[in-house]
Design a protein around this ligand. Structure first.
Ligand code: OXD
Ligand code: MN
Length: 578
């Protein structure tokens, strides 16, 4: 049964006992007020007003710097419906637990009630949420990341539906941190963390976990994908939705400065993290970006690697856990300039280059999407943009070729279901372990992933002209551990081949693992790439694939009887051909 907004806010007030309740209207004056409050209480620092106008630095609690997957739960009535991909609690137990945590937790604090819309105003695909929070940082960040205020209340009047999310910083103790989703009731409760993915409830909690569950019921898809438009020399734009595991360069790809701009190929950004995909009345797949801002990883972002992101963040942005220069400017590893003398690290202490990074590796910038210099003129079109290609990206040093095309929709779903990323030494201490992350949704799918694969398979049948599905891997290395492909702006050459295939052109050879481009069909003009490197990065390595298929079988076995027959058939056919 759908909850009413005002009675729910009243219940939350009675439970948490705030000193005052404030309904956000999303105005500029309100944003400035939130910022001033935080400047006064020290939770924000003003950055250099000349070089970074209206930009601020927030330092989070050092124990609260990333998404807390082990403390994140999906509470379906039946445990099996959540799947092994989720932590699970019974909904009633979860609610009891959360009520205990939230009881009286806002005493002496202001409760912000934030009505917001995910998706462009007036879009039939947009959805309303309300986040209640006691964090001014969360309220200000929601201003950037979503559309706040009357736009949401108006849509609520029309739809009579919203996703309620209750958030409190609590005392930030990790022992009392818990993020709970009840997808069957579209409820989100998040306690004890102020970090983006745990606390800005519109993003991962609503737009992926709750939305993926709603989408399956309602016939659409909520995906961890960037959306980009690729313009060709005649000015036609083809849109693609691309999934990569977290921290594998989605923002860089979405904002890529094309190395083929002199040939007339350029990128338009629609979104960098989440895509809601709907089928329109003509059977065409259409995508909207539910977000209004970027919450991007700062380290590694520079004028060299992503000048578009650097320009996007140079005003009206909130930086979190970056280092601070004596000129009051943000700095991080990979900024492109040497660390200046007198640098303060992300915790505000003098950085002495003792092996620890100055910025936290997961430090972030939060910036309005409209500031992106290459934001697509269609990024807020209520009908979304038509999607012609879906791309699944892996981060693998071997086995996976630079690019391949699936045989058909079902094979494409198999490519997505088997994708993965190699762990880096920084993350786990063990290099080269492949963490499978189907469709980059493992931490974000609000139900059993076996069912999710089945839903993807059935979804293709409803499309009049299903988008072509591709797999890419920018990260393949040679025998000496050197990257075979330069990546970044040169990735446009791979997208150009994908575009050629969409248009019925572009040469390819049919192999056991899919269609792989012939070396002459990748445009390498003006590029300093040895032909042997191109050959190797496109090669299909049979012995590597024998190992790969065994690992995929092992990974799929966890889905038991929920693994769709069509995927079992895909693996079996691959195995027999190998
Ligand atoms: C993100 C993530 O922050 O995927 O977008 O972790
Ligand atoms: Mn993400």
């Amino acid at each position: 049964m759908q909850m009413e907004m005002k009675p729910w806010v009243q219940q939350c007030t009675e439970l948490t006992k705030p000193e005052r309740v404030y309904w956000c209207d999303g105005s500029e004056g309100e944003y400035n007020q939130l910022i001033n409050t935080m400047l006064k209480d020290g939770t924000l620092l003003q950055l250099n007003a000349t070089t970074y106008p209206n930009c601020y630095l927030h330092r989070s609690n050092p124990n609260d710097v990333a998404r807390a997957e082990q403390l994140t739960f999906v509470c379906t009535s039946s445990k099996d419906d959540a799947g092994r991909n989720n932590n699970w609690m019974a909904p009633d137990d979860a609610k009891e637990k959360m009520k205990e945590l939230f009881r009286d937790c806002m005493r002496g604090r202001t409760m912000f009630v934030i009505p917001y819309v995910m998706g462009p105003a007036g879009s039939p695909y947009s959805k309303v949420g309300v986040e209640i929070t006691d964090s001014a940082y969360v309220a200000a960040s929601m201003h950037i990341m979503t559309r706040v205020g009357s736009v949401a209340l108006d849509q609520y009047q029309r739809d009579g539906e919203f996703v309620p999310g209750l958030h409190s910083l609590g005392d930030l103790s990790p022992e009392r941190r818990l993020i709970v989703h009840v997808p069957e009731e579209k409820l989100i409760w998040s306690f004890g963390s102020g970090y983006g993915g745990n606390a800005l409830l519109g993003k991962k909690c609503f737009a992926l976990r709750i939305a993926s569950h709603m989408a399956r019921r309602e016939g659409w898809l909520a995906e961890h994908m960037l959306i980009l438009g690729l313009e060709n020399p005649s000015g036609n734009v083809t849109y693609m939705a691309v999934a990569f595991p977290s921290a594998s360069g989605k923002t860089n790809l979405a904002m890529m400065v094309s190395s083929l701009s002199n040939e007339g190929y350029k990128i338009w950004t629609v979104g960098d993290d989440i895509a809601w995909l709907n089928i329109d009345a003509e059977g065409q797949l259409r995508a909207i970006n539910p977000e209004a801002g970027f919450f991007g990883v700062a380290p590694g972002t520079s004028h060299e690697t992503n000048p578009v992101a650097m320009h996007t963040m140079e005003k009206n942005s909130i930086f979190t856990n970056v280092a601070l220069t004596p000129a009051n400017e943000p700095w991080w590893e990979g900024f492109g300039t040497p660390p200046p003398a007198g640098l303060l690290d992300w915790q505000g202490t003098r950085w002495n280059n003792d092996g620890k990074t100055a910025a936290h590796p997961n430090s972030r910038f939060t910036s309005p999407a409209r500031q992106c210099p290459i934001i697509s003129p269609h990024w807020e079109d209520p009908q979304g943009v038509p999607i012609s290609a879906i791309v699944f990206g892996s981060r693998r040093s071997d086995t996976i070729p630079l690019v391949s095309q699936s045989f058909d929709w079902n094979h494409g779903v198999f490519l997505g279901a088997s994708m993965g990323a190699e762990t880096t030494a920084a993350a786990t201490g063990t290099v080269g372990i492949v963490r499978r992350d189907p469709m980059a949704m493992l931490p974000f799918c609000g139900y059993n992933m076996g069912d999710y694969f089945g839903y993807w398979l059935s979804f293709g049948k409803r499309l009049k002209k299903p988008p072509l599905i591709f797999r890419v891997n920018w990260f393949r290395k040679d025998r000496n551990g050197k990257f075979l492909w330069p990546g970044y702006g040169e990735n446009i050459r791979v997208l150009k081949w994908i575009l050629d295939r969409v248009r019925g052109r572009g040469n390819a050879v049919k192999t056991t693992i899919g269609y792989i481009p012939t070396t002459d069909s990748i445009d390498t003009s003006g590029m300093n790439l040895a032909s042997s490197a191109l050959l190797e990065v496109l090669s299909y390595d049979r012995s590597g694939w024998k190992k790969e298929v065994d690992e995929i079988v092992k990974f799929f076995s966890q889905f038991d009887t929920r693994l769709p027959v069509a995927l079992q058939e895909e693996v079996a056919s691959l195995k027999s051909q190998l």
